[in-house]
Design a protein around this ligand. Structure first.
Ligand SMILES: NC(=O)c1ccc[n+]([C@@H]2O[C@H](COP(=O)([O-])OP(=O)(O)OC[C@H]3O[C@@H](n4cnc5c(N)ncnc54)[C@H](OP(=O)(O)O)[C@@H]3O)[C@@H](O)[C@H]2O)c1
Length: 341
């Protein structure tokens, strides 16, 4: 090992409203020594996920908040460089919550690595075959239950989760309409991801466009954004529609939570089923989802895109890209390449 310095980003302050780079502090720390049972991971790729915005808040959620002064929690793929744990050997590639830093000690608390199978592209376990892909898989199939010939609507459709959810519905024989921000994303959805139509929520009247594109109503709505787009979708539900509540990114940086959809009564009128979920509910079935996604991607049945920025110093700015809508597909940050060990 050449350098014994660990460059890391700590949570400096709890954001009020829109998160900014100044909510993080850049620090150089020594690489810690290994104790028995631990292993040292060198992070190769960092995953930036909207849920990290929630972890910055001091409130109860499905995971505890990150403390002020703590390394910002995030998923990474890394290489085991040293090990005092018989389950991990130098050279192994693992994914886990190893944080916004160059080096991490595995084997304690959240820091347990999942082995990455040899031959799998290093970035996939953070995206299309990882948490976002599996969120799409379980959300769409278990909650959305799309049937052949039905109409499926997906918001955040050019993102990591939405793009996979939409294509899974296509695989199930549905007519799929995606909602995304901007002409470039809409073109990608129609031309590369094979969706039947796309709506640009930044320049179009979403409620009217859904009505025009889904004249018999929406059977499955997979929601990643909430807010006005959710309201537009609820206005167009078909009888016995399923509404999959996956996320609500439009509200993540709001100081005050917005009022709920004004037309929630449509859920009653249309006898719809609206359900939220968190991907960790499905941990025991991760191998099934990862295998199915891997096969679909390898067969070219699911296309996916990654936005890969570079350099640990750019981690906060790369995180902010999610809230500016700058990413198409999975947002990642590359730190380094694996080495021969
Ligand atoms: N339930 C779970 O277990 C689970 C697991 C993973 C992710 N999620 C949720 O899934 C959603 C997507 O996550 P992801 O990781 O796949 O991220 P992503 O969709 O790849 O990236 C975020 C996208 O959100 C859109 N966005 C940002 N601000 C917005 C706003 N104010 N209104 C509408 N859209 C906005 C942007 O796309 P546009 O350019 O199209 O605006 C941006 O590219 C998030 O809500 C996340 O919290 C839930």
């Amino acid at each position: 090992m050449t350098e014994r310095i660990n460059r890391q980003w700590l949570l400096a302050s709890r954001p009020v409203g829109m998160v900014s780079a100044s909510d993080f502090e850049f620090k150089q720390a020594p690489i810690p020594e290994l104790a028995d049972g631990q292993y040292l991971v060198r992070n190769l790729y960092i995953s930036l996920d909207p849920t990290m915005r929630g972890w910055m808040e001091d409130r109860a959620s499905y995971m505890p908040p990150v403390s002020i002064g703590e390394v910002m929690r995030c998923s990474t793929v890394g290489q085991v460089v040293e090990s005092k744990n018989p389950a991990y050997a130098p050279g192994d590639i693992v994914s886990g919550l190893f944080g916004m830093q160059e080096w991490a000690l595995g084997g304690q608390g959240f820091m347990h690595g999942t082995p990455v199978a040899e031959g799998t592209p290093l970035t996939w376990p953070l995206g299309v075959t990882g948490i976002t892909g599996m969120t799409a898989y379980f959300g769409m199939l278990e909650l959305g239950k799309p049937e052949r010939g039905e109409t499926v609507l997906v918001s955040g459709a050019a993102g990591a989760t939405g793009s996979v959810a939409a294509q899974i519905a296509k695989l199930k024989g549905c007519r799929v309409v995606g909602i995304a921000g901007g002409p470039e994303k809409c073109a990608w959805l129609e031309e590369k991801a094979g969706l039947d139509a796309a709506i640009d929520y930044k320049s179009e009247n979403v409620e009217e466009r859904i009505r025009a594109l889904c004249p018999d109503g929406v059977n499955v709505y997979f929601d990643n954004v909430a807010g006005p787009v959710l309201e537009a979708a609820l206005a167009n539900l078909a009888l016995r529609a399923r509404v999959v509540m996956c996320g609500g990114i439009s509200g993540y940086n709001e100081e005050e939570p917005p009022a709920g959809p004004r037309n929630l009564m449509n859920v009653v009128i249309q006898r719809a089923h609206m359900q939220g979920f968190i991907i960790i509910d499905y941990v025991s079935r991760f191998p099934e989802a990862a295998a199915a996604l891997l096969q679909w991607v390898r067969e070219g049945k699911i296309v996916h895109q990654e936005d890969v920025q570079e350099g640990i110093e750019n981690a906060p700015e790369t995180f902010l890209r999610l809230f500016r809508g700058q990413n198409i597909g999975k947002q990642l940050l590359k730190l380094t390449d694996p080495i021969d060990l």
